[in-house]
Design a protein. Structure first.
Length: 430
């Protein structure tokens, strides 16, 4: 009888469209789709092993002669146990697991680090795909590991206390970093101190932890594990900024004009520093790779649109990420009077959401009064209340489309940023 304990080495899949004869299919029954009702597809693929919850055993009887079923009580718990096994087997053969948590920049840092490592050893690095950074996403990320994988970059996300610890126990990381502490998911954490306690949990699990000495919370972090400090105040990896498109790490210059803002130069310097720690003999190759990084769709991305230069970051937003993104955008604009700032709602800020939006509006009015402003979403009026200047407010992109068509003809630069639910990238379809 096949169990999780004696399972042969197989490619683990959760999508029945990707199966072959070397696969273990984990059949997760959802509200809209039950893969156990389509086991004929599994048989046709050549897959011989399926894991599912024992409560669905009756659905498997007609296929018991063609498929070896592994029945478990709790599919989520079993997925996590299997991922833990995969992680430890990977580490036993010399693989390195790098975990990234933090309020801002963790996905960008993950993508930068992946780019650098994959450039150095093509095809030998895997990383979290899409937003798979929770109690199921982390196992799914680890399931990408193959026999040729050397590095696994795993993003850890949390919106409730205790989640980072669960993910750390699954991934068992060799190297980790908490990028920074900011106002995210405050509806569940209440304040920044609780955000810090949650995100920095990684530092107690990673064998080596990169500590942000520029962050007012993380600079005081302490652990029995090995700590390496980074940042402008860092002692192990010191960052300096000789120009708007370059960063120095311990005297090594990375120049990259594809990214925008000091915050992204920090992310790039951090990714390079972690790669340099892992591969100290490859420094020249790592520098070249870091210099060639380009942002992915909807993330700090510059686009040409209707003869305009557009900065698009429609993936997520919170007060700190919004501020640094606006600052980075303005640094690249020749004439702020020819710039249009389009800001969408910042979600998941808890009871103080109105205050955060009003405060950011005030910040824009005090620091960037000459640029045009458009606020979109349920919080648009709160932005405007803080801004106290000429601006336009709309409940949605669709509602804003006619007015935006007129405004964009009067500017040369567009800044677009907001939480994912607003789908602000659709502005470019008007």
């Amino acid at each position: 009888m096949i169990t999780l304990e004696n399972l042969p080495s197989l490619k683990i899949e959760v999508d029945n469209r990707n199966l072959d004869e070397n696969s273990l299919f984990i059949a997760i029954v959802g509200l809209r789709f039950n893969p156990l009702e389509h086991l004929d597809t599994v048989v046709e693929s050549g897959c011989k092993f399926v894991m599912c919850e024992i409560q669905y055993r009756e659905l498997t009887r007609d296929f018991s002669n063609q498929i070896d079923f592994i029945f478990v009580e709790d599919i989520t718990k079993s997925i996590q146990e299997l991922a833990f096994k995969v992680a430890n087997q990977f580490k036993d053969r010399g693989g390195k697991i790098i975990a990234i948590s933090g309020s801002n920049g963790k996905t960008t840092t993950k993508e930068m680090l992946y780019h650098i490592l994959d450039h150095t050893f093509p095809g030998e690095t895997i990383c979290t795909q899409k937003n798979n950074n929770n109690h199921l996403g982390v196992p799914f990320s680890l399931f990408q590991i193959s026999t040729k994988t050397k590095f696994a970059i795993i993003e850890l996300g949390s919106n409730h206390p205790g989640e980072i610890e669960v993910l750390c126990k699954i991934a068992n990381p060799d190297l980790g970093v908490t990028t920074n502490i900011g106002a995210t998911h405050l509806e569940f954490f209440d304040n920044l101190e609780n955000v810090y306690k949650e995100e920095a949990t990684l530092g107690h699990y990673a064998v080596t932890f990169f500590k942000n000495d520029d962050d007012p919370y993380l600079k005081n972090f302490n652990s029995q594990n090995k700590l390496l400090s980074f940042g402008q105040n860092g002692t192990h990896f010191k960052f300096l900024f000789p120009s708007l498109d370059s960063v120095s790490v311990n005297g090594k210059i990375i120049k990259n004009s594809n990214i925008t803002g000091k915050h992204n130069l920090i992310n790039l310097a951090l990714a390079f520093s972690m790669a340099n720690f892992l591969l100290p003999e490859q420094v020249d190759t790592l520098l070249k790779a870091a210099s060639s990084f380009m942002p992915t769709a909807n993330r700090s991305q510059w686009l040409d649109w209707k003869d305009k230069k557009v900065f698009l970051d429609a993936y997520n937003a919170n007060p700190s990420s919004m501020k640094v993104a606006v600052e980075g955008f303005i640094d690249k604009v020749d004439d702020t009077e020819k710039a249009l700032l389009i800001l969408g709602d910042m979600n998941e800020l808890g009871d103080n959401a109105a205050k955060f939006h009003e405060s950011l509006g005030k910040y824009l009015g005090e620091n960037f009064p000459k640029s045009r402003k458009v606020f979109i979403g349920n919080r648009a009026q709160e932005y405007a209340m803080g801004y106290q200047g000429d601006c336009d407010c709309f409940g949605s992109v669709q509602e804003a489309s006619n007015r935006l068509n007129t405004i964009v003809q009067q500017v040369d630069y567009l800044f677009i940023k907001g939480s994912r639910s607003l789908q602000l990238e659709t502005i470019l379809d008007i």
